[in-house]
Design a protein around this ligand. Structure first.
Ligand code: MV4
Length: 446
C-alpha cells in the first residue's frame, strides 16, 4: 500500500488548513501553494513547505495546472489534494496528476467527466435504480422535442444545462407560452458559461428540500454512506446553513435515501469522498439531482454527528486502504453556518478588506474552521467564505440555541460579515420549526 510521505494542497483558505491538519495527524508532510495575494495566509505559514505559483488572479494561480504541477514536482509530492472549488472537479487535472506518477486525492478523470455531465449522471443513476425526476431521456436537441416532452409531462417543467450545476443555465417554465424563450435562453446561457449549449428537461418539483447523502468508497468496490445533510437554506444557489440530521428525514427515509446513494455510487465503483444530492418533495419522494465528486464545504456537519474525520478517510482511500465496515451511528444534531465577507444589509455585497479584530465563540460542541486572524486581509479575488462555525448538541433545538449564543460571542471588525444575518435566522420561527423549503431565504425580508 503506497502511503503518502508528502501531499501538495492545491487550494487556499480554511480548507487548505483543514487538509494540513489531517496530514499532520497522519504524519504526512505538506506543501502549500499560494498566489501573491495570499502570501500572508495561514496555509502558507502552517504547511511544511510553500511555493508561490503566481499572481492573485485564480487563472494564473489556483487554477493554473502547469504551475501547480511544477510545484508538486519540485517538492517531490506523492499526491495532490484539491480541496473544493478550483480544480477539484477538473477531469484534466485529475488525469495530468496521475500521468505524472502522483495520486490525485479524488476520483478518476472518467468519473469526474461522467458526473460532470448532469444528463449522463442522471441516466447512470437511473440505470442503477436510484429515483430520478421524470424528464427527457438525455439531452433535448430542438424546440419540437422540447414541446413534445413538456406536453407529455405537463407544466411546470425545468430546463437544465448538462454542464450546469449551481443553478446556472437553468430555466423554470410555467406554461407553453414561456417554453421557446426559456429553451433558447437556457441554451445561450449554457453556451456562454460552459461552452456547451446542451440542455435537458425535467418536471419541476415545487417547494423542494435539498438533502444530500455523504458517501465514501474504497478501491475494492466498497461504498458506505454517512447519513444526510440538509442544505435547504440557500440564497441564489449559495448554501448558507447546513445541518444533520435533516429535520424532515426519519429513519425509514434515511435508510431509503442512504441505500439508494450507496447503490448509485457502487454502480460506478466510486472512490473516495462524494455526495449524492437529492430533491425531496412535500410527500417525501426523493429524486437524484447531482453527484459531487469532491469533499464539500459542509463536511464538518457529518464529522460532528459521526465522529469521523472525512479528510483523513479520503486520503486513506486514495492510499488504498479498505473501508472499515463498523456500523456508523450518528449522535445528536450538528449545524453549520457559513460566515462570508458579505454585507447582509446591502444585498450580500462582497466586503473584502482588512480585518482589524477577530474573535470567535467557543465552548463544548463548538468548532470553528477558519483561516482569518486579527490583521489579515480578505482579498477580493476569491470566494467570500472566511469561517465556518459548526455546533453539535443533543438535538436540533439545543444546537440552534448553542449556535445563537456562539454567534453572540463572535467579533469580526473591519469588514461586514453574515454573522448578524445568521443570528436572525437562529431566532426565526420558521427556521426553528424545521418546516421550510428552498424559497425560505428569499421569503425573508433581510
Ligand atoms: C430542480 C428544482 C425543482 N425541480 N429540479 C437548483 C440548482 C441545481 N442543482 C438544481 N436546482 C433545482 N433543480 C427540478 N426538477 C429546484 C432546484 C432549485 C434548488 C434546489 C436545491 C436547493 C435550492 C434550490 C433553489 C432553487 C431551485
Amino acid at each position: 500500500m503506497p502511503k503518502f510521505k508528502k501531499v501538495l494542497i492545491s487550494n487556499r483558505g480554511e480548507i487548505a488548513l483543514r487538509i494540513i491538519r489531517a496530514c499532520r495527524e497522519l504524519d504526512i508532510k505538506t506543501v502549500a501553494v499560494y498566489s501573491e495575494a495570499d502570501k500572508e495566509s495561514l496555509h502558507v505559514k502552517f504547511a511544511d513547505e510553500a511555493i508561490c505559483i503566481g499572481p492573485a488572479k485564480s487563472t494564473d494561480s489556483y487554477l493554473n495546472i502547469s504551475r501547480i504541477l511544477s510545484a508538486a514536482e519540485i517538492t517531490n509530492a506523492d499526491a495532490i489534494h484539491p480541496g473544493y472549488g478550483f480544480l477539484s472537479e477538473n477531469a484534466k487535472f485529475s488525469e495530468i496528476v496521475s500521468s505524472h506518477n502522483m495520486t490525485f486525492i479524488g476520483p478518476s478523470p472518467e468519473m469526474i467527466t461522467a458526473m460532470g455531465d448532469k444528463a449522463f449522471a442522471k441516466e447512470t443513476m437511473k440505470k442503477a435504480g436510484v429515483p430520478t425526476v421524470p424528464g427527457s431521456k438525455g439531452i433535448v436537441t430542438d424546440l419540437n422535442e422540447a414541446h413534445k416532452i413538456s406536453k407529455e409531462m405537463g407544466f411546470p417543467v425545468i430546463i437544465k444545462a448538462v454542464a450546469g450545476g449551481g443553478g446556472r443555465g437553468m430555466r423554470v417554465v410555467n406554461n407553453i407560452e414561456e417554453l421557446d424563450n426559456a429553451y433558447l435562453s437556457a441554451q445561450g446561457e449554457a453556451e456562454i458559461a460552459f461552452a456547451n449549449s446542451s440542455v435537458y428537461i425535467e418536471k419541476y418539483i415545487l417547494e423542494p428540500r435539498h438533502v444530500e447523502i455523504q458517501i465514501m468508497g474504497d478501491q475494492f468496490g466498497n461504498v458506505i454512506h454517512l447519513g444526510e445533510r440538509d442544505c435547504t437554506v440557500q440564497r441564489r444557489h449559495q448554501k448558507l446553513i447546513e445541518e444533520s440530521p435533516s429535520p424532515i428525514v426519519d429513519d425509514k427515509l434515511r435508510k431509503l435515501m442512504g441505500d439508494s446513494a450507496v447503490k448509485g455510487a457502487k454502480s460506478v465503483k466510486y472512490l473516495g469522498a462524494g455526495t449524492i444530492e437529492f430533491l425531496v418533495d412535500k410527500d417525501n419522494n426523493f429524486y437524484f439531482m447531482e453527484m459531487n465528486t469532491r469533499i464539500q464545504v459542509e463536511h464538518p456537519v457529518t464529522e460532528f454527528v459521526t465522529g469521523l474525520d472525512l479528510i483523513k478517510m479520503q486520503i486513506e482511500m486514495s492510499e488504498g486502504e479498505k473501508l472499515n465496515k463498523k456500523k456508523i451511528k450518528p449522535i445528536g444534531h450538528a449545524i453549520e453556518v457559513r460566515i462570508n465577507a458579505e454585507d447582509p444589509k446591502n444585498n450580500f455585497r462582497p466586503s473584502p478588506g482588512k480585518i482589524t479584530s477577530a474573535h470567535f465563540g467557543g465552548g463544548p460542541g463548538v468548532r470553528v474552521d477558519s483561516h482569518i486572524y486579527s490583521g489579515c486581509v480578505v482579498p477580493p479575488y476569491y470566494d467570500s467564505l472566511i469561517a465556518k462555525i459548526i455546533v453539535h448538541d443533543i438535538n436540533r433545538e439545543a444546537a440552534i440555541n448553542k449556535m445563537y449564543h456562539t454567534l453572540e460571542e463572535c467579533i469580526i471588525e473591519g469588514i461586514a460579515t453574515t454573522i448578524p444575518f445568521h443570528r436572525k435566522v437562529m431566532q426565526n420561527e420558521v427556521f426553528k420549526s424545521g418546516k421550510f423549503d428552498t424559497n425560505f431565504i428569499d421569503s425573508l425580508n433581510i
